[in-house]
Design a binder for this molecule. Structure first.
Ligand code: PGA
Length: 254
C-alpha cells in the first residue's frame, strides 16, 4: 500500500465467462458493501462479449467494468478487433493493455502496447498497462531492466494517475500458484515507482496505482497488499468466483 493512494482490485476473466457467469458479478456487487467501498475500488474485466451485459449488471454498484485489450485505431478494417471507443460505448471504464498473454500469443511489442494505451486515453478509458519478467529473465538477474524497458516503451508521455494504472505481473507467477517473495515484490514495485517518476514526473508517479498480479488468492492477498508500493491486485483465476475475488478484496477491510 501507499499512503494517499486508493487501491484497486481488478479481475481479469481472460477467455472465460458466458452469460451465466454474470451471476458471479452480481454476487460481487452485493458483497461490495459500503465499509469495503470506502477503502478500495473494484474492477472486473470480462471477455469482450460480456462487457455490455456486465456493465448493465454492475449499474448501481461501485464495481467498474473493463476490457482486456483494444485495437489502437478507433474503427476500420480490422476483422475481429475491438476498439477502445467500442469498449467505452459498451460501458467499460478501463482496459487492460500489454498483458503478457497478449505480448506472447499475439506478438505485441512495447510500441503496440503504447499505441493501445494512447487509444484508451483517447476513448476516455483508464489503461491498465501490464509489465513483468519471464522466469529466464529473473534467473538472469534482468528483472528490473526488463520492467524498466517495458515501462519506457509502453507508457505514452503525459499520461496521468487519472488515466493510467500499472500492473506488475511476473510471467512465471501467472496461473502457476507461484509468487515472488514479499521482498522481491517490494523491490520491483519501488523500482517501478521511480521509473514512473522519470517517465511521468514526480507528481503523477506519486499518485499512480501499481498493482501486483500473478497467483493472487484470498490466502496470500493480505500479505501481498501490505507491501510498500503495492496499490492493489490484478487477479486472473481467482476473479472468476465471487467468493475468491471478494476474499481478496477483503484484504482492504479496516
Ligand atoms: P492469475 O493471473 O491470477 O490467474 O495468476 C493473473 C493475470 O494474468 O492477470
Amino acid at each position: 500500500m501507499t499512503p494517499g493512494i486508493r487501491p484497486l482490485v481488478a479481475g481479469n476473466w481472460k477467455m472465460n465467462g458466458l452469460k451465466a457467469s454474470l451471476a458471479q458479478l452480481t454476487a460481487m456487487a452485493s458483497q461490495f458493501d459500503a465499509a469495503l467501498a470506502r477503502n478500495v475500488d473494484l474492477l472486473v474485466c470480462p471477455p469482450a462479449t460480456l462487457v455490455q451485459a456486465a456493465a448493465a449488471a454492475a449499474v448501481g454498484s461501485a464495481i467498474a467494468v473493463g476490457g482486456q485489450d483494444c485495437h489502437a485505431n478507433a474503427s476500420g478494417a480490422h476483422t475481429g478487433d475491438v476498439s477502445a471507443e467500442m469498449l467505452a460505448d459498451a460501458g467499460a471504464r478501463f482496459v487492460i493493455v500489454g498483458h503478457s498473454e497478449r505480448r506472447a500469443d499475439h506478438g505485441e511489442t512495447d510500441a503496440v502496447v503504447k499505441a493501445k494505451a494512447e487509444a484508451a486515453r483517447r476513448a476516455g478509458l483508464v489503461a491498465v498497462v501490464c509489465v513483468g519478467e519471464t522466469r529466464a529473465e529473473r534467473e538472469a538477474g534482468k528483472t528490473l531492466a526488463v520492467v524498466r524497458g517495458q515501462l519506457e516503451g509502453s507508457i505514452p508521455a503525459g499520461m496521468t494517475a487519472a488515466d493510467l494504472v500499472v500492473a506488475y505481473e511476473p510471467v512465471w507467477a501467472i496461473g502457476t500458484g507461484l509468487t515472488p517473495t514479499a521482498a522481491d515484490v517490494a523491490e520491483v514495485h519501488a523500482a517501478i515507482r521511480s521509473d514512473l517518476e522519470r517517465i511521468l514526473g514526480k507528481t503523477e508517479s506519486g499518485k499512480l496505482r501499481i498493482l501486483y498480479g500473478g497467483s493472487v488468492k484470498p490466502s496470500n492477498a493480505a500479505e501481498l497488499m501490505a507491501i510498500e508500493n503495492v496499490d492493489g491486485a490484478l487477479v486472473g483465476g481467482a476473479s472468476l468466483k465471487a467468493e475468491d475475488f471478494m476474499g481478496i478484496a477483503a484484504a482492504y477491510r479496516g
